[in-house]
Design a protein around this ligand. Structure first.
Ligand SMILES: [Zn+2]
Length: 263
């Protein structure tokens, strides 16, 4: 065996190793922290913890939300600090009906067309661009609803977004991820220990773990306690050598590149 060939074998086995064991930016797994619906408690309770640990997250903002109307400048400042402002639509429409009585008729996706959904979502991108100057964006489906009638609307916007987050509680390896249908674990009352279990599973399976928070210490019917939120984030920070913690946009760009190089 000549020297060059031997080197090639070593290089390819090293690449293989890094892909199977440390596929996430040289780490075992990736964790994306997402906070939905532009809730006051994100500014008041989540940001101080994230800031203190120097962790970056994604905030999926509904442009016409109450908090956005009253605290616009504070949301704007998040972008300057390196947080991602993600698109969570203009009015937060969802498919109304049984069990969804809270959906107002004017924002019921049963009454939407794909064109209206696309236009409102693009308008939200413009609004977010006015806040952070950015043209690359990720999206989070409202209520996990992906269709108007029988039609998926995200494909009409596949050039507007690098990724779209759904709400199925699954985690996947880097080669299994569908960037327009990224799964996530929605938090509702879990303890810090339970959240940490999810991170441990992500490390064991070399997966992407996306966390979806709504209320943090209140602010929403779906909630995480301040102590559980803090305990989980502290655990992530402590294990930063094995866990890549980054906003969705950064992780989506990485996955896209990785998949393009290996397919
Ligand atoms: Zn939402």
């Amino acid at each position: 065996m000549n020297k060059i060939f031997a080197l090639m074998i070593i290089a390819s086995s090293l690449t293989g190793y890094s892909q199977t064991v440390q596929p996430w930016n040289g780490k075992k797994c990736a964790v994306v922290l997402t906070y939905d619906d532009a809730i006051d408690q994100h500014l008041d309770n989540a940001i101080p913890v994230l800031d203190s640990l120097r962790l970056k997250a994604t905030f999926y903002l509904t442009a016409f939300s109450q908090s956005m109307q009253t605290r616009l400048n504070e949301w704007k400042k998040l972008a300057a600090k390196g947080y991602e402002l993600g698109n969570h639509t203009l009015y937060h429409p969802c498919i109304g009906g049984k069990g969804r009585e809270w959906v107002k008729p004017e924002y019921d996706m049963n009454n939407y067309t794909v064109k209206r959904m696309v236009d409102e979502t693009r308008m939200t991108n413009l609004f977010l661009q006015a806040l952070d100057g950015k043209t690359k964006r990720t999206f989070a489906f409202t209520c996990g609803d992906m269709k108007i009638g029988d039609s998926s609307f995200i494909y009409a916007m596949k050039d507007d977004f690098l990724a779209a987050r759904a709400v199925r509680a699954e985690m996947h390896k880097i080669n299994e991820i569908d960037l327009l249908n990224v799964d996530c674990y929605m938090v509702n009352g879990e303890t810090g220990a339970q959240l940490i279990e999810w991170a441990k599973k992500a490390m064991e399976t070399n997966s992407l773990l996306v966390i979806l928070f709504h209320g943090v210490g209140g602010g929403n019917a779906l909630n995480v306690s301040l102590s559980a939120h803090r305990e989980f984030l502290q655990y992530l920070k402590k294990n930063e050598k094995d866990i890549w913690i980054a906003p969705m946009l950064e992780v989506a760009e990485y996955v896209k590149k990785w998949q393009a190089n290996t397919r």
